[in-house]
Design a protein around this ligand. Structure first.
Ligand code: NAP
Length: 246
C-alpha cells in the first residue's frame, strides 16, 4: 500500500523526539510539506540537519499566546498530528493542582487550541482535512501512579469523538491512536526498570512494548485517504492489552 501526501501541508507537535519526530520524518518522505513544532531547540536543529526540507518551530505549548502566533504562521494546514504531551507520575494521594494544571494545559488544551486554528482554516478552504490526536492506552485502563496522565488521555479520546462529530460535516476526519508503552524517552519514564516493565509486558497479549514505527505507520494511515471512512475512532496500538481484561 503506497501512501503519498504530495501537495499536502502537515503540522506535527512534539516533533523533537520520539513518535512526533519519526512521524514528521515519514510524512516528509511521503511527500508532505512538514512543520515540526517542539520545545527544545537542539532537537529541532538535529531534525533540520537530518531532513533539511522540514520547517521547524520552537515553541512551548504551555505558552498559549506564543502557540497561537506560531500555528498561525504555518499558514494552511491539511494534516495535523497533535502528539506533544508530558507524563509526570505521582501516586493518587499525592496529586497536586500544579501538576494537574500543567498536564491538562499541554496534553489537552493545546490540542483544542491548535485544532481550532487549523480546523477553522480547513473549513474556510472547504477542502477537508485529517487530524490525529496521540492518546494512550492510559485512557483505556488504570495505571498505577498515572492518575493525571490517564485523565488527560481520557480527555483526549473524548475530544477526538466530539471533534469528529462536529467537524465531520466539513469533511474533516478526527481520530486518535492509543499506544501501549512505546520505546521512546517518555516510554522510559516509569517503564525502564524490569520490575515495572515485566509485569506490564505480561498484561500485553503480544508480550512486548511497541516500537516507534508501529505507532507512526498507524498515524500515517489515519491521515491518509486509505482511511477515508474512519473518523471518531480511538485506535489501540497495544497488542490487545486493553481487550485482555487482565
Ligand atoms: P517523548 O519522547 O517524550 O517526546 C515528546 C515530544 O513532545 C518531545 O519532543 C517534547 O519536547 C515535546 N513536548 C512536550 N511538551 C511540550 C511542550 N509543552 N511544548 C512543545 N513540545 C513539547 O514522547 P513520546 O513517547 O514520543 O510521546 C509522544 C506521544 O505519545 C505523547 O502524546 C504521549 O503521551 C504518547 N504516548 C507515548 C507512549 C510511550 O510509552 N512513549 C505511550 C502511549 C502514548 P521536550 O523534550 O523538549 O520536552
Amino acid at each position: 500500500m503506497d501512501i503519498r501526501f504530495d501537495g499536502k501541508r502537515a503540522l506535527v507537535t512534539g516533533a523533537g523526539k520520539g513518535i512526533g519526530r519519526d512521524t514528521a520524518i515519514l510524512l516528509s518522505k511521503c511527500g508532505a510539506e512538514v512543520f515540526a513544532l517542539s520545545r527544545t531547540k537542539a532537537d529541532l536543529d538535529s531534525l533540520k540537519a537530518e531532513v533539511p526540507k522540514i520547517k521547524t518551530i520552537c515553541v512551548d505549548l504551555a505558552d498559549v499566546e506564543a502557540t497561537t502566533v506560531a500555528v498561525n504562521n504555518c499558514g494552511d494546514i491539511d494534516l495535523l498530528v497533535n502528539n506533544a504531551a508530558v507524563a509526570i507520575l505521582e501516586p493518587f494521594l499525592e496529586v497536586t493542582k500544579d501538576i494537574f494544571d500543567k498536564l491538562m494545559n499541554v496534553n489537552v488544551w493545546s490540542i483544542i487550541q491548535i485544532s481550532q486554528i487549523v480546523a477553522k482554516g480547513m473549513v474556510e478552504r472547504g477542502l477537508g482535512g485529517a487530524i490525529v490526536n496521540v492518546s494512550s492506552q492510559a485512557s483505556l485502563v488504570g495505571l498505577t501512579n498515572h492518575t493525571v496522565y490517564c485523565a488527560t488521555k481520557a480527555a483526549v479520546d473524548s475530544l477526538t469523538k466530539t471533534m469528529a462529530l462536529e467537524l465531520g460535516p466539513k469533511n474533516i476526519r478526527v481520530n486518535s491512536v492509543n499506544p501501549t508503552v512505546t520505546n521512546t524517552a517518555m516510554g522510559k519514564v516509569g517503564w525502564s526498570k524490569p520490575e515495572k516493565a515485566d509485569p506490564m509486558k505480561r498484561r500485553i497479549p503480544l508480550g512486548r512494548f511497541a516500537e516507534v514505527d508501529e505507532v507512526v505507520h498507524v498515524i500515517l494511515f489515519l491521515l491518509s485517504g486509505k482511511s477515508s471512512m474512519v473518523s471518531g475512532t480511538c485506535l489501540p496500538i497495544d497488542g490487545a492489552m486493553s481487550s485482555s481484561g487482565i
